[in-house]
Write a new protein. Structure first.
Length: 318
């Protein structure tokens, strides 16, 4: 009698697990269609619109800025990571002001100087398009200054992180999944990013509300499961690294799929993120097995299933 009852329970659990897998497949297909349809998320749109007000700097200027900030942090470890930078005018344009007493970060600003006919700054070669030399110009550089966002105050910075207040309770479970793999989850300064992962460690922004941390933790946990080797294990022969667009697509799709299984709609922000990262609908569908496999492993840990293989949370294939 007990044996028959156990078999019925097992059959019911198997049916539930099959239904769950079908739901995951449907969510991934829905995500692929949203990517194809160009579905956008207003939070990301607002953040990108805000970001367009800030100038993008050349590699040399970016290096100069980074080195100066690094020197300041060496002298004052309390300073945050370098984040968004802009000129005094740029920050004013987005409703923020540089705080009194802040010192800017030097960079080189190109200036085009018009040369008059009397100019003797340097010999000029004849220009067939300007035989009289009336519009001849010389490129010069002057020193300008920019400021990190941490040196400013004023209007809040738009966040593209979508909050999921109903899912905050799963954060400890997700941390436990990472811990089972030997991966530590910490909160700290992550600069521009909401979080990042590296072998054996996931770091989440301490400045982000817990409700908005859920999707980031899922995203980084997916990176850890799919793209990082298990700590203290032999990774075997090195496989060709996946393109960044594919890794970002997989991680964001896993996060959206898990949230979907929890009854939370994350399709629009995930589709927007995937397109911005260089992904497309075909790539989503090509990665269907890996996305659902990782999502099942996470769900198996946070929504216990009597048939789930506990090892799924600790060993996924790259």
């Amino acid at each position: 009698m007990g044996s028959t009852y156990a078999r019925k329970e097992t059959a019911a659990a198997a049916a539930e697990r099959l239904e769950r897998k079908r739901a995951l497949l449907h969510t991934v297909d829905e995500l692929a269609q949203a990517v194809a349809d160009g579905v956008t998320d207003p939070r990301i749109d607002a953040f990108l619109a805000w970001l367009r007000h800030l100038h993008r700097y050349s590699f040399r200027n970016a290096l100069m800025i980074a080195l100066q900030w690094h020197a300041r942090r060496s002298a004052d470890p309390a300073l945050p990571e370098l984040s968004h930078v802009g000129s005094y005018r740029a920050w004013s344009g987005v409703g923020r002001q540089v705080r009194r007493g802040e010192h800017g970060l030097a960079l080189l600003v190109p200036v085009s100087v018009r040369l008059s006919d009397q100019s003797t700054m340097r010999p000029r070669e004849p220009d067939p398009l300007d035989p009289d030399g009336r519009t001849a110009r010389l490129l010069r550089f002057k020193v300008g200054h920019v400021f990190d966002v941490s040196q400013t105050e004023g209007d809040p910075i738009p966040s593209w992180a979508t909050p999921y207040p109903d899912a905050v309770d799963i954060i400890p479970d997700l941390v436990a999944v990472a811990d089972a793999r030997g991966t530590a989850v910490t909160w700290g300064d992550t600069g521009k990013a909401l979080g990042y992962s590296e072998p054996g460690r996931i770091v989440l922004s301490a400045a982000v509300d817990p409700a908005a941390t859920v999707s980031t933790l899922l995203h980084e946990l997916a990176h850890d499961l799919l793209h990082q080797p298990l700590p203290n294990t032999d990774p075997g022969p090195a496989a060709a690294p996946l393109p960044p667009a594919v890794m970002e697509l997989e991680a964001e799709a896993v996060a959206a799929t898990v949230l979907g299984a929890l009854g939370l709609d994350a399709i629009a922000p995930a589709a927007h993120y995937i397109r911005n990262a260089g992904g497309n609908a075909a790539m989503v569908r090509e990665r269907l097995h890996r996305i659902t496999h990782a999502a099942q492993a996470i769900l198996g840990a946070i929504l216990p299933d009597p048939l789930a293989d506990a090892e799924d949370t600790c060993a996924l294939y790259t």
